[in-house]
Design a protein around this ligand. Sequence first.
Ligand SMILES: [Zn+2]
Length: 438
Amino acid sequence: MTRVRATILAAPRPDELQVREDHVISFDDAGMITAVEPAEAAGGPVDLELPGTTVLLPGLIDLHVHAPQWPQLGTGLDLPLDRWLFDYTFPLEARFGDLGFAERVWESLLPGLLSRGTTTAVYYASTHEPATLALAEACVRHGQRAFVGRVAMDHPQGTPHFYRDRDASEAVAASARSIDAIEALGSPLVRPIVTPRFVPACTDALLEGLGELADATGALVQTHCSESDWEHQYVLDRYGVTDAVALERFGLARPHSVLAHAGHLADDDTDRLASIGAGIAHCPLSNLYFGNAVFPVRRALSRGLRVGLGSDIAGGSEAGLLPQCAHAVNVSRALTDGVDARLGPGRRGVDGSAIDILTAFWLATVGGAEVLGIPAGRIDPGHAFDALAIDIGPESGVEVWPEVDDWSRIFEKVVRGAAPTNITHVWVAGRRVGPWRS
Ligand SMILES: [Zn+2]
């Protein structure tokens, strides 16, 4: 049993800030929390007492990361999605056939995300089995909770000749071997995930085969869904139905499937995915570049759809989820108000779309955990001790003024204003995983 003493800030519901000042968290050898009590009631010694100028938050759950795009983070955002893929992204991902290069990237990516408080990540690797397995091994080694998927893509028009699976049956076989190899690592934290890139990159035979593979293995599924005008229309043209309907027919929209972006979902699609129990990786910054629309978080939540947050490295140009919380609020405000001043205020936006920073943080923690169906996202008994500590002291750069700030304002300043350097400790399943600074 390990005991940590800290002040905890969390969002157990989208509209509730939970403040637990000076509490003791106890967790067992598997990293599962057994008790959270006020320090004076808990009594006894603790293993670690965080300074009073520190707050503890539940770990951040990034539902959408393209691991091999780490080297192009912050660049290449000048093209629409289809051209961005062919001009920048597929050539970069193809390089991960070089295992040495892949391993060097993973050795930068993992500490980079953990030091920003990303305790769970859902990864697209590349099409290459060795690079995919090496990513899963890096997650095990660094102690990050992760879902790691070999990217399957075989469509002769939707992919370049130098970066695609040979055919559908070879692709399904490679994904099956990749799942077995990740399972064989025996890690309770790192799981395989079936990963058709998206409909335009996959033949019908591949989509069908991967639906069957998900059925046979019980692995979760991730893909992209109604991401942009082009991608959404492509699926309508190919099948005469929306992306959500097509994915369901192929057995890919399932309980806890992670569907990225979804800015072009119709309400029918939203209801369909909600009833299936699939979830959305909302990637607010990436959608500004590639989505052509703002995903309506509030409407989706009100219809019972599961939603969490994604950075979409590198379609989104920032790592870590604290910046994405602010972006989620910002884009929701743009959706509410609209953006073209020439339209009258009544016609400019979609009234009632705004979310606040609390809801955004809920998405990054509890929302993501519900999408994946994992016991994380909260600092409560029965959940894993996945957490990050943030320094808000006088030298931290987080401007806390006791004369004017209550906990609600401090929370907002932390989520909007804390820099990666303010993060002093990160734990996954009770194990300290960073940041390791010299
Ligand atoms: Zn993506």
